[in-house]
Design a protein. Structure first.
Length: 586
């Protein structure tokens, strides 16, 4: 394993922890408040002086106010090679300027040990990320695309932080829609057991047709309703038809996952069925479940409707399944953190389910402690007209079509730029996919997930501004600088040294060093856009550096090539975490 390094923020926090203790021994367990800052006086700031002052003022103290407390904190900072200088500003803020030498050496060490040395550390060993989770036979729409993209990034960030992640596809494979689908299958294919994907064709169409039958023919409707009961009762023929339909859907989903480079392990709703009775029994023995109008429900403080866990017809539902899933994930899978990625419309469902789990004593009631569950909500995908994203004929937009279009648009651009003659067909295809799919993902990830976002190919495929295309160009350009220098970068890593004398070299270096704490923040707050913003700023810092510092042919060539390499390395890790395949030449 690579040498692990603590991030800069945590290193400084440790130093300040010592200083705080020495400064005011009477106040114990003060948490050091250290944050990166962009002022010209420092790179990081410690903001404890004011808070401390409010605790000691009026008591016997040598200090006359927050600035004096700040001065003392600064004086009491232990000697350290990471700090170049400190100063106190305003009401006691202690500014820290990092040592340029130490920064340079840290970056160089990362280049030698590999970027994994900068992996954040999280206080969790195992997590479930429940994402994508489309419904069988219904369309996998852009909402599921968002869940797939956001969930995959969260899983990747946690995995990088050495958390073991169970990537769960909680597919809807147990709804009442199955009665209708199964009956329709029997009706349409007398030899239904041999009816495969090719015969059934498009499952969405199949769903629509059967829905039409269901709505228009009372006889069919009745048969369909009986079919659900027979399926849930475990009757062989119905189980078999169900398996067949699920399998066709699964193949379709998997094709999308493969294109997106997303790994998932399916444990659909049906998986949790056998666990529901015991789980409800446990909740009942804890006096959580009660009868209400023929149903079994859980009343929860703060909600004006109860959580229904057994419907009045005796059937289980979405909520009973999710309660069983929480139980299973905690007890069988030993997960400490359960993360659910769905649209914000399901917020209340999860709030209620989590609250019930807290009342059952399954989850910690302290939101900062484990075991815990988090709902990662996201907004709608809108079309150019700012309404729900639909096709012209007002159909739901299919995922596969979107990916096709992104790719083909990219390919056209590449051909227009003459790459058709320069590259092999394979290179052309791969680059178009990397850029096209990357653009779709980045457009989704870059804004705060809670806001709705407008899907626009023109915007996401623009090579200027905060887009994946722009970032791919930036990365490819750095690779080309290194290539064209003709230098062996591996040799430079071990023989040469990084120097951060120029202000723009230093600013770039500082940003590189902050990679680890940014990933940590993105993980802790489950906000991929934080990482996107970091990546975009990194490319901006690089551009400034590259415009003001000559690389190839300069006296500082070795150091600057190493900085280029470090930037490309961090960019690639960001791409990886965002599920984007980097390209090395464009
Ligand atoms: N199948 C659901 C949907 O399409 C999402 C499932 C989310 N996960 C869960 N454990 N409820 O809306």
């Amino acid at each position: 394993m690579a040498n692990e390094e603590e991030n800069v923020k945590r290193k400084l926090a440790k130093l300040f922890e010592v200083a705080l203790k020495v400064t005011v021994p009477s106040v114990v367990d003060v948490e050091p408040l250290v944050a990166a800052c962009t002022g010209k006086f420092g790179d990081y700031q410690c903001n404890n002086a004011m808070g401390l002052w409010s605790k000691i003022k009026g008591k016997e103290t040598e200090f006359k106010g927050p600035p004096a407390v700040g001065q003392a904190i600064m004086r009491n900072l232990p000697q350290s090679d990471i700090i170049e200088s400190c100063s106190v500003a305003g009401p006691g803020f202690v500014n820290v300027k990092l040592s340029r030498n130490w920064m340079a050496q840290s970056i160089q060490r990362m280049l030698i040990d590999g970027i994994d040395a900068w992996a954040p550390r999280l206080p969790v060993r195992r997590a479930v990320v429940d994402f994508s989770s489309p419904n069988i036979a219904k369309e996998m729409h852009v909402g599921h695309l968002r869940s797939t993209i956001i969930g995959d990034t969260i899983a990747r960030m946690l995995e990088f932080s050495r958390v073991e992640v169970l990537r769960r596809n909680h597919v809807g494979d147990w709804g009442t829609q199955f009665g209708m689908l199964i009956e329709f299958l029997f009706e349409k294919f007398s030899n239904w057991e041999d009816a495969n994907e090719a015969a059934i064709g498009d499952l969405q169409e199949f769903y629509k047709e059967s829905k039409k039958r269901f709505d228009s023919d009372p006889d069919f409707k009745e048969r369909a309703q009986k079919a659900v009961v027979r399926l849930q009762g475990g009757e062989q023929k119905y189980r078999k038809a169900w398996t067949q339909i699920c399998e066709i859907s699964r193949n379709e989903f998997n094709r999308v996952y493969q294109r997106l480079g997303v790994q998932l392990e399916e444990k659909g709703e049906s998986f949790y069925n056998p666990y529901i009775p015991a789980v409800l029994e446990e909740l009942t023995s804890k006096n959580l479940v009660e009868d209400s109008q023929g149903a079994r429900v859980i009343f929860l403080e703060g909600f004006n409707i109860p959580l229904i866990v057994v419907k009045s017809d005796g059937g289980y539902n979405y909520a009973s399944t999710d309660l069983a899933a929480i139980w299973y994930r905690l007890n069988e899978e030993k997960a400490e953190w359960m993360i659910y990625v769905t649209d914000v419309g399901q917020q209340q469902h999860f709030d209620m389910v989590f609250k019930a789990a807290k009342r059952a004593g399954w989850l910690s009631t302290d939101d900062n402690a484990y075991p815990k569950a988090s709902h990662v909500g996201f907004g709608l995908v809108l079309g150019d007209d700012k309404k729900r994203f639909r096709t012209r004929s007002s159909e739901v937009v299919r995922l596969a079509d979107l990916l096709d279009e992104a790719k083909s648009r990219c390919k056209t651009t590449l051909i227009e730029r003459g790459k058709g003659d320069e590259w092999t067909e394979e290179e052309l295809e791969q680059t178009a996919e990397a850029i096209g799919y990357g653009a779709v993902k980045y457009a989704d990830l870059k804004s705060n997930r809670l806001t709705n976002y407008t899907f626009s190919f023109d915007q996401m495929l623009n090579d200027k501004g905060n887009t994946a295309v722009y970032l791919q160009y930036a990365h490819a350009r750095i690779c080309s600088i290194i290539r064209k220098s003709g230098k062996d970068i591996e040799e430079l890593k071990s023989m040469g040294a990084i120097v951060l004398d120029h202000a723009d070299e230093r600013a770039l270096g500082l940003h590189l060093l902050q990679f680890s704490e940014v990933v940590e923040e993105a993980c802790t707050n489950l906000l991929p856009n934080v990482l996107c913003e970091y990546l975009y700023n990194l490319s901006e810092f690089f551009t400034t550096f590259y415009s003001n510092c000559q690389v190839v042919g300069s006296a500082e060539e070795t150091s600057r090539l190493l900085l280029c390499e470090a930037t490309a390395t961090v960019m690639r890790k960001c791409f990886y975490l965002l599920g984007i395949v980097p390209v090395y030449k464009i």
